[in-house]
Structure formats: structure tokens, C-alpha cells
Design a protein around this ligand. Sequence first.
Ligand SMILES: Cc1ncc(COP(=O)(O)O)c(C=O)c1O
Length: 417
Amino acid sequence: MLAIDGGEPVTNKPFPTSMLGPAAIGEEEVEAVAAVVRSQRIFRFLDHENSHCTRLERLFQELTGCPHALAVGGGTAALICGLVGLGVGDGDEVIVPGYTYIASASAILICGAVPVISEIDESLTMDPDGIEHLITPRTKALMPVHMRGIPCDMDRLAAVARKHNLLVIEDCAQACGGLYRGQRLGSFGDVGCFSLQQFKVITAGEGGMVVTHRREVFERAAIRHDSAMCFWNPDDTSTGPFPGENFRLNEMEGALGCVQFGRLESILGRTRALYKRIHAAIADCPGIQPHRTNDPEGDCGITVAMLLESGPRAKWFAEALRAEGIPAGSMYNQGIPDRHIFRFWEYVMEKRSSDKHGRPWTSPLHDQSRTYDPNMCPRTLDILGRTVTISLSQTYEDQHADYIIEAIHKVASASSN
Ligand SMILES: Cc1ncc(COP(=O)(O)O)c(C=O)c1O
């Protein structure tokens, strides 16, 4: 009998944390941060060559094969700098999937552009077939988001971008270390943006990284990230000065990020092994459609997702798994305002802004007839409504994977009531 109906659960033991980078923090991180504090050199530009932030940038250059990397204070800051790097601004539209953290849309608005929301497909990432009808003369860029470590279909997205002469900014906040067809995420687009916040594969507490193949994109991003950047090495840049912010990373974050970077492959090695073990065992499970990833080898393996036949069945399935002792969730519950789902991006849906004149929405350069609606991407809502997820962490033993497998089979073979 199912545990939800009063039977014995698959396991009574609580799972370890599903955190990734933070759960790997050990003495090395403590020492690295303490050494920075002891040194009293906590600002990155005191000694550029020996800076931990510079070291972290080099590690991301090596990881992605991009010749330019800029450490910034967060993933949102990385997106803002990346968009500014590409010259995105007033009057431009950027296509963003309806399933991503609200920060992706926020970054677009902060740059003076407006987000145009596209559908996702069963991979939970931007649907390459759902873009072309959204393209207008204002469309400047696509923002594919590798959600939950799942690589977007970069071949087909790049083809759409090429055909319509659009720029590509990859949001890799949740997919550090992921690949698509053997190539690192972040290196496909004109610019790639990472986050090092608490919930990410590796963490610096807060932090982000912009990577690009293009020198002028890097220069513009760097100028935006520091209000005085363009005056420090004026000979170093062909880009004229313009106003910047303070999006600098500090040395404590840089040092923490470097130690965590050293753990990236071992974290992903473990999550990918768990993911493959579970996927192989549930491939033929009746009544569920295991998640279709765009690249099973390159996927970070941090999410097991299953598509059920209906929303109510997904909700029940997640509850039944939880009763069996498995930390599962359904992705879209009407009652829970999840800011990863477009309909809960209130300031987009209602076109709100901090500006008393309502910019950028009210800019004469924007299409004033553009509207947003909580039901505008029905396919995205349908897919998310039918999806059940289980997050994976390197903290899980094989035994936890086996509990997950056993519980999925047990629940799938029972009919909902
Ligand atoms: C997909 C996505 N984009 C952007 C961000 C923003 O990153 P941060 O919180 O570091 O600003 C996040 C995470 O928070 C995210 O998950």
C-alpha cells in the first residue's frame, strides 16, 4: 500500500540537503576567505595580477574557452552587463522563456529593453519552434536559459538567431559546468552569464561571471560593472566612457569562488552518476514520461523531472512521493507564486517600474500595444503543471537514488484516487 494511503514508506530517513556548492564547503573555503580577511586586501583592484577575482575570471575563461571573463557581484548583474555589452537598450526587445527566474526579465528591463515571453518545450527550456512568430523589427536578442542545469537546444536556437540576425545571451545561472554536444554552456552565444549565489552548482555567497568571445562586448560589460572602469586604463579600451554601476566582486567572494570552482567537476560527476542511475531505472516506468534533456551527457544532472498525464495527477504524484520519504515537488501549483514562472512576474505582467513616467514600458521607442497576460504561454503552463521534480545533490548516496527509483515505481504503478 502507498504511504499516502497509510502504508509503509520506502524510507523513513530524511534525505541529506539538496544544496550543491554550499554543501561542499569545507576547511579549504574557510581558510581561503580567512586568509583574504587577514591580508586586509579585500578590494579586487589593489593588485590585479594577484587578485582572487582575476584568478576566478581565468578559471572561467579556461572552462568556457572564451578569451574574456568578467567577475561581477551576481547573476543579475552579469545579465545586465552582458546585455549592455551587446548594446541592448531602449526600444529593443529580448526574447526570454516563460520558465526562468524573474531576474532574467528584470535584467532586460533594467537595460531599458522589454522582455518578450516565449514558450518552453518538454525539455523545460526555450522551445526553438516557439520563437519566430515573436520576432519583430525591435527584437535584438534571444536569451536561452539553461534551467536546472538542463542545456537548451543550442543548435536550433542558434539557427533561429542566425536566420533573423539576433544576438544570443545565454543565462547559465543554474548550469555552471554544463555542456551541449561537448561544448561548454556560456560559450555558444555572444555572451554567457553565470551566478554564484547560494542555490547554484558552485557558490561564492553572491557573485556572477560574464564570458564572451568578443572584446568589445567585454569592454562594454566591464565599463557598466564599475563607474570608473573606463578611466583606470583608458588606453586599454576602444570603447568610449559611459556610466557604470558598482557590480564589482570582492576578494573574499573571489577566493571562495576559486575554491568552489575546484569542486565543480566532482560535484557534477556525482550528480550525473545519480541522474543516469535514476533515469535508466525509470525509463520504462508506466504512466510517466521521464524528462527529455537536449543532451544527456552535458546535462548537469541536478534535476530528475517527470511529465505526468495531467496537472492533478502530477500534484498527487508529488504528494505520494513525499509520503514515501522522497523530497519531490510539482512544479506549478496555482496557489504558490513561484517567480520562476512568468505568470508570477508581477512587474512584467502589470508593466510596473520604479520610474515615475513608467519607463521603459512607456518609452516612445517601444511598442505600446504589447500586452502581457498570465495565460499567454499555455504550453509552458501545461508542461510545468504536469511536471514533478526531484533535485539531486552530490550529498546523496546510491542508496538515496535507489529509494527514489523504488518510490517512483511504487507510486507510478498505483492509480490516483
Ligand atoms: C535562471 C537565473 N537567472 C538569473 C539569476 C540571478 O542570479 P543572482 O541571484 O546571482 O543575481 C538566477 C538565480 O538567482 C537564476 O536562477
